[in-house]
Design a protein around this ligand. Structure first.
Ligand code: ATP
Ligand code: MG
Length: 397
């Protein structure tokens, strides 16, 4: 590997290529940001028809562990990143023998495993001051006999592969926990205490190859049916002291990881005002999409800078913003299976609207199809546009 501090500059002849593991919408928005800066992007993804593939300069349609494809990606690119949280960490380690990989396999593997992640957060608590929710690791049915009372009611979550509320079940009793664990096909789980949430926030941070770190403004998130529904920045509930604590904790976590790239950390704010760290995503995050339209440097441009070892960009937010996720549900009229295009013309007529669609031609209920970010001189104006958009799209506000 070349000198650690040497940046990979965008160049036309020969082109400087960046590599992306994963072909979803996060990869697609990364491609847009990278191309804007003069890079070319190669995407490795098993599905031939994928959001990032449509935008990329080169698509390698292969499995994430395909040795020939990993070699081809390493040959072509100066640096590789991932948009897919569950990319096999071993593939990142293999790539790292040949090219610069950010974030590293070891950072990604911590974020892929709720047990390792919670251990790491707990280790950081001496200086971050923030702990994860109380929990117990459940490897086998017998572990359920020893659930302490204070963990109930709780949430049983699979240790690996959870996303958008999948792989988790709310349980009120040991019997419900047993039934839920039986339904998880024997995979390791954690039982987490159900906490009294006041609201949820996420902190987007980035760290460069030169160890410089930056942190974006706090985003306040509302989930529906386990999926992110809206992100509001600045968060209407977020107090300055809480924001500072969360940002400081995020900076402690990202530097302790020795992380390079964009990292998003989710926190709970409890009814008593205390802060609990939930989980982290080793990549740009849905709750950071607002940065495309509302910040000097988007989370995707930031990822490009970090992996290319360029200086990190200004995280300043220039407009209040609200982001509304667009799920496949709104292509359907009620219970009908008939598909119709939502009234984008009416949405785009709203003040401050920025429409982002991911190029998926198969709308399904619960599938992330795009998002709309409203920016405005005041948060109230942005929120008014969001409410109007919900009305137009038939989304209960
Ligand atoms: P993501 O889509 O963010 O990857 P996920 O499926 O990995 O989600 P979590 O973020 O752990 O799952 O949980 C999803 C949501 O469930 C949280 O945003 C929160 O609303 C709720 N939740 C999770 N854990 C707890 C808890 N211990 N107490 C109360 N609510 C919780
Ligand atoms: Mg989450």
């Amino acid at each position: 590997m070349s000198d650690f501090h040497h940046p990979f500059l965008p160049s036309a002849t020969p082109a400087t290529w960046l590599g992306m593991m994963g072909g979803g919408q996060l990869g697609r928005m990364f491609v847009h940001a990278a191309q804007k800066m003069g890079f070319k992007v190669a995407v490795l993804e098993p599905a031939a028809d994928c959001p990032a593939g449509h935008a990329s300069d080169h698509l390698l349609s292969a499995g994430y562990t395909d040795a020939a494809a990993l070699n081809a990606l390493a040959d072509q690119c100066v640096a590789v990143t991932t948009e897919f949280e569950n990319v096999p960490a071993q593939s990142l380690a293999t790539l790292a023998e040949r090219v610069f990989v950010a974030p590293s396999a070891s950072c990604v593997s911590i974020a892929q495993d709720r047990i390792e992640e919670k251990r790491f957060f707990t280790e950081c608590a001496d200086r971050s001051g923030v702990l994860p929710a109380p929990y117990k690791v459940i490897y086998a049915e017998s572990d359920l006999d020893e659930i302490p009372d204070h963990l109930l009611p709780g949430i049983l979550k699979t240790v690996r592969m959870g996303y958008d509320g999948k792989g988790q079940v709310r349980v009120r009793s040991r019997d419900e926990a047993r039934a839920a664990f039986a339904g998880m096909n024997g995979v390791a789980c954690v039982l987490e205490k159900m906490l009294p949430l006041a609201y949820e926030i996420s902190v987007l941070a980035a760290r460069g190859a030169n160890a410089q770190s930056v942190v974006y403004p706090i985003a306040e998130n509302v989930h529906r049916d386990g999926i992110l529904f809206t992100t509001t920045v600045p968060g209407p509930n977020v107090e300055a002291a809480c924001a500072q604590r969360a940002q400081a904790a995020a900076l402690e976590i990202i530097s302790r990881l020795g992380y390079v790239g964009v990292l998003c950390i989710e926190f709970f704010v409890l009814k008593d005002g205390s802060l609990v760290v939930n989980e982290m995503a080793p990549r740009p995050h849905n709750s950071g999409h607002y940065t495309i339209d509302a910040c000097v440097t988007s989370q995707f441009a930031q990822q490009v800078r970090a992996m290319a070892r360029l200086p990190l960009g200004d995280v300043r937010q220039h407009s209040p913003a609200v982001m509304l996720n667009i799920l496949g549900d709104i292509w359907f009229d009620g219970a009908s299976e008939q598909i119709r295009e939502p009234a984008w013309d009416k949405v785009l007529a709203l003040p401050g609207a920025n429409l982002h669609l991911y190029g998926k031609d198969d709308p399904r209920r619960g599938r992330k199809m795009g998002h709309v970010t409203f920016v405005a001189p005041t948060l109230t104006q942005a929120q008014e546009s969001l409410l109007a958009a919900c009305g137009i799209l038939g989304i209960p506000a």
